[in-house]
Design a protein around this ligand. Structure first.
Ligand code: WT7
Length: 576
């Protein structure tokens, strides 16, 4: 689909917020400490990200401004900063009554709704660490995450609560259910009843900047999902990237299309917009081209943060569709999560009349690190340049910096405000990211050009990125081998023009099972219902035997080479 990358193609600058006339100057002079006076804690010494996001705006006279514009097929509601303050105060009190204290893990397993945001903010206000769970997760995925984090409370809704295996979770004390029908089951509490009883005056739990804020589970190439811990201090970076990268102005209507089950949906769906005091649009329900354009149009969205897969699907729906909507309000478009094809950038410029600004970061980094800024030319296909205060480099496996155009590990000089502070319960895993003295190793490979723009090449490990969702092959393989027909399974990402990658499983069947289309479907459903829809392999191929190392590890690299028709490389460690 793409033309070869052109390192000299440029889309010239537009005017933005990033007042520092010259990016290079900001690179030289900017210090993270300079951002701190923008927070009330600088004066009061009291820290809580939920206060800075919501209450502060009420205290400073912006209480009647709309904070949240929520819509889905049934609901169309708006909430002011004052209303969100009062509702989250109520929920904070409800959690306190249930015994929640600073540092306790409160998980939120809900469909997108205003209640999700109220619960999220309320939990932060009492000092809890919030663990958001994507609503597509099924029982096994929910169990792993709640067990590893030893969650005390889960906030959920009637439709999802059945996927929480309370019998396996002795540490879990309460399940708060929104829209509870019938009599409450064991450990269950009604969200509405708790809210009704609670006072709207709350004494906020003031915390330390280094205290836990959110715990996002994400995938690696081996082992169970890991709990990435972020702290309140991250808001420094959420705020300033919101200002300079999202280019937020007070009058903006901002829409981040990501679900808060993923880090984009918290860092940029909650913190960045509200720290900047802008109106935040949340659209519930599933993706559809028509629905998304209608959301942009009806809410008069000005700043839109989305993902390459969605943009490719919109591109697939064609130019005709775009003309049926009034998208004139949209001023600034951004993308994250997977490689943004130059073709999509050119299409966006032609059809939306706007530049699409790619941004690069990860769950572990907590906020944007390499970006395209309004004040800078875009080179289609490039992720952009490091944010001021961020020192990014391409290094070899010994940590030596490489010259332009040489591919290597994308690494960041250790220590920025929103960097993860721990992998929950797993200090050894945390250390792996810092194995090269002074650097955080991202796991992505990339190169830099002579102008300092970074170009993404791929993952160094086997982690799959399907529609911007990060899936660990090990988790899928583990689920597959639980199926009675499956003896062995190896899972890879297969390149796909729309989704970036799709999940493909190679499966060796047990004695007595025959390959068939029905069996493929059954196995697919097994993963879908046991783990998550987005983790189910779209393609399955049966093989008599899978390539393994002598120590019995499935060689995904060989599976990938088979799939792509490439040479299999060094097979010296493969069993006969
Ligand atoms: C991985 C992180 C935090 C954003 C949501 C994804 C890939 C992310 C880009 C980009 C090419 C990208 C990387 C990264 N990725 N942004 N602009 N261009 N690839 O967070 O689930 O932690 O995944 O997504 O491979 O390592 P995540």
């Amino acid at each position: 689909m793409d033309k070869p990358l052109d390192h000299n193609e440029r889309i010239p600058v537009v005017k933005g917020n990033f007042n520092l006339k010259d990016y290079e100057e900001a690179r030289r002079t900017f210090r993270w400490e300079d951002v701190e006076p923008r927070f009330t804690w600088h004066r009061t010494g009291k820290v809580n990200a939920a206060y800075e996001c919501i209450d502060r705006h009420v205290d400073e006279g912006r209480g009647d401004k709309v904070a949240l514009l929520y819509s889905d097929a049934q609901r169309n509601e708006s909430y002011t900063f004052r209303q969100l303050r009062d509702l989250s105060n109520r929920f904070g009190n409800a959690l306190r009554k249930l015994g929640v204290k600073k540092g306790d893990r409160v998980f939120i397993f809900m469909s997108r709704s205003p209640e999700l945001y109220v619960a999220f903010l309320g939990a932060l206000k009492v000092g809890a660490i919030v663990g958001p769970l994507f609503e597509a997760f099924m029982e096994a995925a929910v169990r792993d995450r709640l067990q590893d984090s030893q969650a005390k409370v889960v906030v959920t809704n009637e439709r999802l609560k059945g996927r929480i295996p309370i019998q396996d979770l002795s540490h879990l004390e309460h399940v708060v259910v929104q829209g509870l029908t019938g009599t409450p089951g064991p450990k269950e509490q009604s969200f509405e009843a708790l809210m009704e009883e609670a006072s709207q005056e709350l004494a906020i739990e003031w915390v330390d900047r280094e205290d836990g804020l959110v715990l996002h589970y994400t995938s690696g190439s081996t082992g169970k999902p890991k709990g990435v811990l972020h702290v309140h201090n991250a808001m420094i970076q959420h705020y300033i990237t919101g200002l300079w990268v999202l280019d937020l102005h007070p009058e903006d209507i901002y829409w981040c299309t990501a679900d808060p089950g993923w880090v984009t949906g918290t860092s940029y769906g909650i913190f960045a917009p509200w720290l900047n005091g802008v109106t935040n649009v949340v659209r519930g329900g599933r993706f559809s081209q028509e629905d998304w354009y209608k959301t942009l149009q009806d809410h008069r969205v000005t700043v839109w943060y989305t993902a390459p897969t969605a943009l490719r699907m919109l591109m697939g729906a064609g130019e005709e569709l775009v003309r049926q909507y009034d998208l004139s309000s949209v001023r600034h478009i951004l993308s994250v999560g997977e490689p943004l094809n130059p073709e999509v950038v050119r299409w966006g410029l032609k059809v939306y009349g706007r530049r699409i600004h790619d941004t690069w970061w990860m769950t572990e980094t907590g906020a944007q690190l390499i970006c395209n800024y309004p004040c800078m030319d875009i080179k289609p296909g490039s992720m952009g340049k490091p944010f001021p205060g961020i020192d990014a480099a391409i290094v070899d496996d010994e940590g030596r910096e490489l010259p332009p155009y040489q591919m290597g590990n994308l690494a960041i000089r250790r220590g920025w405000p929103s960097m993860m502070r721990a992998i929950w319960n797993n200090p050894a895993k945390y250390q792996e990211y810092f194995r090269l003295e002074g650097w955080y190793i991202s796991g992505d490979s990339a190169y830099r050009d002579e102008d300092g723009y970074f170009w993404f090449q791929g993952r160094v490990d086997d982690v799959i990125n399907t529609s911007g969702e990060r899936v660990g092959p090990f988790e899928v393989e583990s689920k597959l081998v639980e199926h009675p027909a499956v003896a062995e399974a190896g899972v890879i990402g297969k390149p796909d023009p729309v989704r970036g990658e799709i999940i493909k499983a190679f499966i060796a069947l047990r004695q007595g099972y025959e390959p068939s289309e029905e069996l493929k479907q059954e196995i697919r459903d097994f993963v879908k219902n046991g783990l998550a829809a987005h983790a189910a392999p779209r393609e399955i191929e049966f093989r008599d035997k899978l390539p393994k190392t002598r120590s019995g590890k499935i060689m995904r690299r060989v599976l990938k080479a088979w799939e792509l028709g490439l040479p299999t490389g060094d097979l010296s460690t493969m069993e006969d």
